[in-house]
Design a protein around this ligand. Structure first.
Ligand SMILES: Cc1cc2nc3c(=O)[nH]c(=O)nc-3n(C[C@H](O)[C@H](O)[C@H](O)COP(=O)(O)OP(=O)(O)OC[C@H]3O[C@@H](n4cnc5c(N)ncnc54)[C@H](O)[C@@H]3O)c2cc1C
Length: 411
């Protein structure tokens, strides 16, 4: 009898007889894919092309029963597993070498209850799909700023987005999670059931079991909101970031301002303010006016637009799968002039037009939740920043570690 060579949880190698694998495949409604299958190379890919792992098996689950069968199979064989939903994790935590990928990306069921303003959403949904379903009813909850990020990984990590000032993080709108635990048991965690687990699921990441579905609280939003970019030349980056620091420090909950150092589609280095307002357009025009009047922008692209479209403004190039990328991110409580200076200097070293830095401030409702109330502790009004750069296959190549100097550890 042939065997499939796998990696165990301890990192050792072992063999699973092919008959056992065939039995497991028979139990699944979805497909089980191993090396040699025509879909294997496509199925093992994740968003970051720099992650090139070769799982022994990929189970494309279609429902809770498939997830339970997969966890049971993994337990039986002490098999290393990775749960994968949107595949967007920059470090590739949604896949593994030699183990079983429990792939939930095909579980896309969703039901909105407009009367109760809630949504039940399966783990394979992406934020663009989620927004389409909720916006039909003029509703939304805080989600990612790039439309093809998975709702699962983003929710379990906390969830920062355009609505965080007004409605808090994604986890602040999470009512319950359906989960298959490492013991193979199905349960629902909420404030009333398995409350400790629910605390950890809100910001603690993906290690508490395999989440199959999430229930969210929704809020009326849009369908038309104010949004868009004000673009300055990179030569003004210092002034733009100083303005960003001061302006973003005192925003009403409805407003969001992010900043970016990047390259325009025409190839020009730019410093941009990304603006959004989650309330009446006329009020938003007033609140955001100083950010549009500041300096001498090359372009002011701020305008009324559909809420779902604003969540796609940063899709290019971020939604492109397969580019080899390196990301580094951190939080800082204060943006000092020194910090601005060295971030601007770092921007002068950008190695490609896809390289960029993004700044966002956790503010408003997101800061009013006590830091111990969920596993996401960074509630103090910190500013987050990320440096993104594509690499030529050598992870981390050419990435200065200077950003570490101003990184706060999560409390
Ligand atoms: C282009 C881009 C834009 C982003 N924008 C934002 C943003 O606006 N706001 C924000 O907060 N974050 C953002 N992120 C970060 C993003 O939230 C995380 O990378 C998140 O983990 C992605 O979730 P996923 O389901 O797509 O990823 P995956 O790679 O599928 O999974 C990521 C992690 O979550 C775990 N996981 C996935 N599904 C499950 C599940 N069903 N049950 C249990 N664990 C699971 C995985 O094991 C892995 O550890 C962005 C990332 C990228 C690449």
């Amino acid at each position: 009898m042939t065997e499939l060579l796998i990696t165990t949880r301890e990192g050792t190698r072992a063999g699973i007889p092919s008959g056992r694998i065939a039995k497991y495949a028979d139990r699944l409604r979805g497909e089980l894919i191993a090396a040699g299958h025509q879909a294997y190379d496509q199925a093992r890919r994740v968003w970051n092309g720099n992650i090139d792992r070769r799982p022994a098996l990929i189970a494309r689950c279609l429902g809770v029963a498939d997830v339970m069968a997969s966890v049971a199979f993994a337990r039986e064989h002490d098999l290393l597993i990775a749960a994968r939903s949107g595949a967007h994790h920059a470090a590739g935590y949604g896949t593994c070498d030699g183990g079983l990928v429990i792939d939930l990306s095909r579980m896309k069921g969703m039901q909105v209850d407009p009367a109760r303003s809630t949504a039940d959403a399966q783990a394979g949904l992406l934020w663009g799909e989620f927004d389409t379903e909720t916006q039909v009813f003029g509703l939304a909850t805080t989600g990612g700023v790039v439309s093809d990020t998975g709702i699962a990984g983003l929710t379990l990590g906390g969830g920062l987005g355009w609505l965080m000032g007004k409605h808090g993080l994604t986890i602040d709108n999470l009512l319950s999670v359906d989960l298959v635990t490492a013991a193979g048991t199905f349960l629902t965690a909420s404030a009333d059931e398995h409350a400790d687990l629910f605390w950890g699921l809100r910001g603690g990441g993906g290690n508490f079991g395999v989440a199959t579905s999430f229930r969210y609280r929704l809020h009326p939003i849009g369908p038309t909101v104010l949004g868009g970019m004000v673009i300055h030349p990179m030569a003004r980056a210092r002034e733009v970031l100083r303005f960003y620091r001061d302006f973003s420090a005192d925003l009403p909950d409805e407003a969001e301002v992010h900043a970016a150092l990047a390259t325009s589609p025409d190839g020009d280095p730019i410093a941009a303010l990304l603006l959004g307002y989650n309330g009446p357009i006329a009020k938003g025009e007033k609140v955001l006016a100083p950010a549009r009047a500041f300096g001498e922008p090359i372009a002011d692209l701020v305008q009324p637009m559909p809420y779902a479209l604003r969540n796609k403004l940063q899709d290019e190039p971020n939604a492109i799968h397969g580019i080899q990328r390196y990301w580094k991110s951190g939080f800082t409580e204060a943006i000092s002039d020194d910090l601005i200076d060295f971030l601007v200097e770092a921007a002068a070293d950008f190695t490609s037009p896809l390289t960029g830095m993004v700044f966002f401030r956790v503010h408003g409702a997101a800061t009013r939740v006590p830091s111990g109330a969920t596993a996401f502790g960074l509630r103090s009004g910190a500013v987050g920043f990320q440096r993104h750069l594509p690499v030529d296959g050598r992870a981390g190549d050419g990435c200065p570690d200077r950003l570490d100097a101003c990184t706060l550890e999560p409390s």
